[in-house]
Design a protein around this ligand. Structure first.
Ligand code: FE
Length: 209
């Protein structure tokens, strides 16, 4: 593997961090035992670094905002709807889409470790894996949301979804006002990663200029 670059592991120079050493050791053992094919592993990593990212999720959300039939399919079976739209790399784990409404705001966490819908959002941000987010998202979701700068009406119900290795969640944020008639491409520019985790809202037209 030529380049192991992770946003949270941004080190220069030749010395390997402890994490990199552990990853390499594990990879060597798995390869030698024949559990993984190095080429398949490289493909997975390349996908994670280049093809997979929040732009996939943003496309999914923009389509859901513009096409009611797609939104219905997405909320019914997100795994099937996303795989059909993306056209590659089927979502491995069961994906569930949850929709924000004026009454309900959804937020996603993995209390146990760091399960994340990486097939639609790419690699998880560092805060998602932090012990503080993982515990506080459940105990005090309102407090967490306000730290992320999310202001919701006081009577909004907040639903917290706990991800597992088998089930991942994608939040469909509310479509911003003033976007009537926008193309899917323009709509997708409003959909941030955080808005699909529930720690943010979609941008308003004024925010993208
Ligand atoms: Fe996890």
């Amino acid at each position: 593997m030529a380049d192991e670059h992770h946003p949270h592991d941004d080190q220069h120079g030749s010395e390997l961090s402890e994490m990199q050493l552990r990853v390499r050791a594990l990879e060597t053992i798995l390869t030698e035992k024949g559990y993984v094919d190095p080429a398949a592993l490289d493909q997975l990593i390349e996908n994670a670094e280049t093809r997979i990212g929040p732009h996939i999720g943003a496309r999914v959300v923009a389509r859901a905002w513009s096409a009611p039939e797609f939104k219905r399919r997405l909320l019914e079976d997100a795994t099937e709807a996303v795989n059909a739209l993306a056209g590659f790399d089927p979502v491995a784990a069961h994906l569930i889409a949850v929709e924000n409404t004026p009454q309900v705001h959804n937020i996603v966490v993995c209390t146990l470790c760091s399960c994340y819908p990486w097939s639609v959002l790419g690699l998880p941000p560092v805060w998602y894996k932090s012990a503080s987010y993982r515990s506080r998202a459940v105990i005090d979701p309102k407090g967490v949301l306000s730290e992320f700068g999310v202001k919701l009406p006081p009577d909004t119900q907040i639903r917290v979804w706990d991800s597992t290795a088998e089930t991942r969640f994608l939040v469909v944020p509310m479509r911003p006002q003033g976007t009537e008639g926008w193309s899917e491409e323009d709509l997708a520019r409003l959909v941030t990663r955080d808005s699909m985790v529930g720690t943010g809202l979609a941008k308003s037209p004024g925010e993208i200029g």
